[in-house]
Design a binder for this molecule. Structure first.
Ligand SMILES: *Cc1c(COP(=O)(O)O)cnc(C)c1O
Length: 388
């Protein structure tokens, strides 16, 4: 880490040395017995991580957007109706993707930084028969956390599939697929799964599988067609060789290492650790007098934070100063407010020390910009809030 900046953006993130070592190991055949074992074990651990004991895991080389495609391409048939619970940039992306496969998309939107009320979602579900509803668990463009549990219960009530974009949440925010009735959850390796970019991960529950098997039209995306990948996943879980497209061998070795670490930490402990990191970051911002994009404290995610620049401070001035102090943060993403806020990722292996270093670098940057505050107040508040 010496001479190297701390990467504190909402993915990619800092990775564990054992995970990086797996990437650097000599590449094996994708049908080598030890690789088959590692892939099979990773698929089994995915059910533990998604808390979906009867789910069907899929791991395919690609980014998180491919994971969204794996859901959209396989669940949508032309003319189907889809409801997008939209909390920002990635809701817009899901809507565009579903539309590409012929879905008629309805949005339930909120103001930037807000989230649609359950009553508004219920009114939309009542008004039209939707085959599926998508929810972005944490929209990385706003740092808004949605109430997946409440939304999934509504989807059940109205016999609509609940698809969760968990790219910025799975293995960080509490997400209990089976218990909450979530039908599909998807993510990418570089977020809280804590493996460098390159793997799309998806878990399909029984209702999603039934909807796929009941299709009347072929899947309009060859690479993403579950029919191509299901036999491959089944074979690796049965510790047999199989082939459709060459798996990203080293990334899957790394995935095996990281999922093993996540399961060893325990999901409840991991959710609690992320909750504490979120509290600490938000406590620091409040002490420094910085606002946040989420409009209510309970809307704020625990895997990332979206602080607003204080009056008189610009991103062009602040972010390079934080970088010079040793920490890389991300600028804004939501087009409507891009220049007004920045983003801090604190997921996966992020420790309290990493977060304190980040808040320290933020304080150095703010002071350099001429912003007046009580030096050390952010770090002290983070420490206090982390203890609960
Ligand atoms: C990062 C992210 C994506 C897109 O993932 P890519 O790997 O960049 O394709 C989708 N949804 C959410 C919520 C994300 O945070």
């Amino acid at each position: 880490m010496k001479g190297r900046k701390l990467l504190m953006i909402p993915g990619p993130i800092e990775f564990e040395p054992e995970v990086l070592a797996a990437l650097a190991a000599p590449t094996t055949s994708h049908v080598a017995p030890d690789f088959i074992e590692a892939f099979g074990e990773a698929l089994e651990w995915m059910r533990d991580v998604f808390l979906c004991p009867d789910g069907q895991p899929l791991v395919v080389a690609g980014s998180g957007t491919l994971a969204m495609d794996l859901a959209g391409a396989n669940l949508v048939e032309p003319g189907d109706r889809a409801l997008v619970v939209n909390t920002g940039y990635f809701g817009d992306r899901f809507a565009a993707l579903l539309g590409r496969y012929g879905a008629h998309v309805t949005h339930v939107r909120a103001a930037v930084g807000g989230r649609p009320a359950l009553a508004a979602v219920e009114a939309a579900l009542q008004a039209g028969r939707f085959k599926l509803m998508t929810v972005t668990h944490v929209d990385t463009s706003t740092g808004v956390l949605t109430d997946v549990r409440g939304l999934a219960a509504l989807a059940r009530q109205y016999e609509t599939l609940c698809v969760v974009d968990g790219v910025c949440s799975v293995a960080g925010e509490a997400l209990r697929m089976t218990e909450w009735g979530v039908d599909v959850a998807l993510t990418a390796s570089q977020k809280a799964i804590s493996v460098p970019p390159g793997l799309a991960l998806l878990m399909a529950g029984p209702r999603a599988m039934a909807a796929f098997h009941a299709r009347k039209t072929p899947v309009a995306n060859y690479y993403a067609d579950w029919a191509n990948w299901l036999p491959v996943m089944a074979a690796y879980e049965a510790r047999k060789a199989s082939y459709f497209g060459t798996p990203a061998v080293n990334l899957i070795w790394a995935l095996n290492v990281s999922l093993g670490q996540i399961v060893a930490e325990g999901l409840d402990a991991r959710f609690a650790r992320h909750a504490a990191l979120g509290r600490a970051c938000q406590g620091a911002l409040a002490a420094l007098g910085l606002g946040q994009v989420p409009l209510q404290p309970e809307y704020a995610a625990h895997t990332m934070t979206a602080p607003r620049y204080p009056a008189g401070v610009s991103g062009a001035d602040l972010l390079p100063r934080i970088g010079a102090a040793g920490v890389t943060l991300a600028g804004g993403l939501h087009p409507a407010i891009k220049a007004e806020y920045f983003r801090i990722g604190h997921m996966g292996p992020t420790s309290l020390n990493d977060l304190l270093a980040t808040i320290g670098a933020l304080e150095v940057g703010l002071a350099g910009c001429g912003y007046r505050f009580d030096v050390g107040a952010g770090v002290a508040a983070a420490l206090r809030a982390y203890q609960g």
